[in-house]
Every structure is written in structure tokens, then in C-alpha cells.
Design a protein around this ligand. Structure first.
Ligand code: GLU
Length: 237
């Protein structure tokens, strides 16, 4: 996670973002464990940026990973945020209440012909991969273009088709400047899967749009994810 010191916070202090809309940030923890110092830092940065600009700070609980999510930790996480002195605007959004929206986004991508079913297991993907991308072994496209049983399948994004449809994309990072999205480095990522109703990438993009988030702050470990999110924003309008 990058250090955002007091001087850079001050330099970012303006009431509206460059498009003239009210700044709205969010802190979006996955309740897979208790908050750690990195979470606390990310929450403070998102909160302080919003408050410095007279904007809003939202909290979203990313609780849709059925294998890792621990709902019993959510009250503890919210209590820790309060203990840190962070007050959020509006109600906390739980991704578990948003499954229909993710399914609808998935259907839109399917209707565009951009998703295909895949029955490969994780170990098959690891064994077949020749390269590693930001999310792990790059899927070599084994199921792409084949008649695969969609029942219980994971749905992968046909990255070549998706990037051809979207065209070149960029985003503006307040510290690193204009970034070319180049999502192809992720390969054919999974967007819908068996054990979780939507991938982090799909759910976060759909919710950031629905919640009107104007400035995303997140750990440096997730910087690359923005490439995929930018692509999904374009594909889903
Ligand atoms: N839920 C993610 C996490 O806890 C953060 C998501 C985001 O900031 O986009 O690491």
C-alpha cells in the first residue's frame, strides 16, 4: 500500500473531482478476517480524502465469497471503524444483498458474447498455464470455443473479444497519472463462478457504479485490478 502523507493529502484537497461532481469514496473490506493495519490505513485515507473535499465516504462489505467470508466479523469491523473515529455516510451496503445486480451484469456480458463456460479445476489451470498474470496463473483458454456444459461452470471473459469491443482504455490515477488500462495482462479471467456468485472484479465494478463512487482508493496490491474494472465499466456502460 502506498503511503499518502499529509502533504499529498493537502495537494489533493479540492471540493470536487475534475469532472465537477461531488467526491465520493468508499472503504470496501472483505470480512475474511478482522481489520489489520493496512485496512485501517486504507479506510483513513478514503475517509480523509472525502472529508477534505466536502464529499461522502461510504462503507461496503464485500461478503460474497462463500468459502472465505465470515459474517460474524462484520459487527467487529464496523466497531473498529467507529473506534478509529471514522463515520460513514448512509447505510452500509452488503454485497450479499446485491446478487441479482451481479447476475444481471453477467447476463449482459453473456448477451454480448463475451463470456464462455469453463469446467477446468484450479489444479488443471495451474498445470496448463504457461504464464502468470496479476491474479495468478494465466488461463490458456482450454475451454474457449468448445461446447462446455454450462451447468456449474465458471464463466470466463473472452479477453481478446472484450478488449476489441471496448477499444483502448485509460484511467486517471491521482498520483501515477494517466494509466493505459491494458487489461489483457489478466487473460480470460473468471467473472462468475460456482462458489461465489460473482468475482471481486465484477461485483466491485457494478457496485462502484451503482454507488456513484468518484474516487477509488485501495491497497497497492489491488492496483492492477483497476485494469479489469476499467474494461468492465466500458463494457457495462
Ligand atoms: N474487498 C477488498 C479487500 O478487502 C477491497 C476491494 C477494493 O477496494 O476494491 O481487499
Amino acid at each position: 500500500m502506498r503511503a499518502l502523507g499529509a502533504s499529498s493529502l493537502a495537494s489533493l484537497r479540492n471540493p470536487q473531482d475534475k469532472r465537477g461532481v461531488m467526491v465520493r469514496t468508499r472503504f470496501a473490506p472483505s470480512p475474511n478476517g478482522l481489520l489489520h493495519l493496512g485496512h485501517a490505513y486504507a479506510a483513513v485515507v478514503a475517509h480523509d480524502l472525502a472529508r477534505a473535499r466536502g464529499g461522502e465516504f461510504l462503507v461496503r462489505i464485500e461478503d460474497i465469497d462463500g468459502t472465505r467470508s465470515r459474517p460474524e466479523l462484520i459487527p467487529e469491523i464496523l466497531a473498529d471503524l467507529k473506534w478509529l473515529g471514522l463515520n460513514w455516510d448512509g447505510a452500509v451496503l452488503h454485497q450479499s444483498s446485491r446478487l441479482a445486480a451481479y447476475a444481471a451484469a453477467g447476463e449482459r456480458l453473456k448477451a454480448l458474447g463475451l463470456l464462455y463456460p469453463c469446467q477446468c479445476t484450479r489444479s488443471e489451470v495451474v498445470a496448463a498455464a504457461h504464464e502468470v498474470g496479476p491474479d495468478g496463473p494465466l488461463y490458456p483458454g482450454t475451454c474457449r470455443g468448445h461446447a462446455v456444459d454450462p451447468d456449474g461452470a465458471a464463466w470466463r471473459l473472452d479477453m481478446a473479444k472484450a478488449t476489441a469491443l471496448a477499444g483502448p482504455l485509460a484511467w486517471s490515477d491521482e498520483r501515477a497519472g494517466i494509466q493505459q488500462a491494458s487489461p489483457e495482462i489478466f487473460g480470460d479471467i473468471v467473472l462468475l463462478r460456482k462458489e461465489a456468485p460473482a468475482s471481486y472484479h465484477l461485483a466491485a465494478t457494478v457496485d462502484d457504479a451503482m454507488q456513484g463512487i468518484t474516487l477509488v482508493t485501495r491497497g497497492q496490491d489491488l492496483f492492477e485490478s483497476t485494469r479489469v474494472h476499467r474494461l468492465l465499466q466500458a463494457l457495462l456502460d
